[in-house]
Design a protein around this ligand. Sequence first.
Ligand code: ZN
Length: 400
Amino acid sequence: MKQLRGFKYRFYPTSAQRLELAQTFGCTRFVYNWALALRTNSYYQDQVSLSYTDTSNALTKLKKDPEKPWLKQVSSVPLQQGLRHLNTAFKNFFAGRNKYPRFKKKNNRQSAHYAPNAFKWEDGKLTLAKMSQPLKIRWSRYFTSEPKSVTISKDPSNRYFVSFLVEEELEQWNSSTEEIGIDLGIKDVVVASNGFASGNPKHYQKYQARLKTLQRRLARKKKGSNNQYKARLSVAKLHAKIADCRLDFLHKLSTKLVSENQAIYTETLAVKNMMANHKLAKAIADCGWGEFLRQLEYKAKWHDRKIGAINRWFPSSKRCYTCGHVLDKLPLEIRKWTCPSCNSHNLRDQNAALNILAIGRSLGGFPHTRPNQEAVGQTVFACGSSSGGDVSLTDLAILG
Ligand SMILES: [Zn+2]
């Protein structure tokens, strides 16, 4: 089966390339923000909705502005691509999938998107438009097909990445006969019906004290000074380290679960709602449930596995898996309980996972549909409470 996949690598630009990229990022950001303002003003002032083509035509005019000669110094492709991204952002907004597009900031992640007419791919070497030398890429794995597009990015800790979009023949994992239910939580990110518990490395919590120190230092620096820049960089580096560790953990976990099981059942989750609680937001963000589910889903799709999401209001924790007795209450600090009806000893999370598996199976092969890439911003995987309807967010904090 052919699949579109992203292959991301770190690269090390020469000083000339660094300069060229800084210009490209700057112009791309400028054009994006300019077009965003243009479209916003057009709605408010003229009650007219501008299309991608309108902004593209306006860009052609803007480039003739004698006060903006620098717009012509960079490849025009990333600028056009930026307008396309903005158009998608507006589409998502009007479809109710996302918030209103926001201005891009200099200190956030910078990126530029290159279509095939703006890069050269020869003998495994990538040369971008307006550059004389190929990029020095640290290859960690290989792909064989021609890249369909290339995205260059720089993260806030000043690391450069290149991401190739490639259509590749995918080697599928052997099918499995196993099915599991999984319960997402904070003590363990995943507890499965077969007893597997993933643990939770809590990368953010681990570095929280260090991060606070660095942020305090940053706050004391003079605005715009070189010292402020350095302090901001060390904060960004630590953030990047935490994110990398978390992603690595989640990839290992999702790969394990998808490769070992033919079907995985989980609950729908209301991550956005839960994140609204500030006490919990950090602990939940540290789990990376949203990213984990995203990985489960695409890996399942690649390897022909089934992911089923069950309604989060089903009392999965409070129901005894053995006899079906449903408790009135089950406070979150209670990790195991004995069923008053059948006397079986239930481990809270595994019991919930077993119930999720049972419901998932009973509902059969219902497809878990997730809208396409454009809709990613939506809370499809809203996260639920493994303890049924009555879990309060403050309760969850106890698990932290
Ligand atoms: Zn029971």
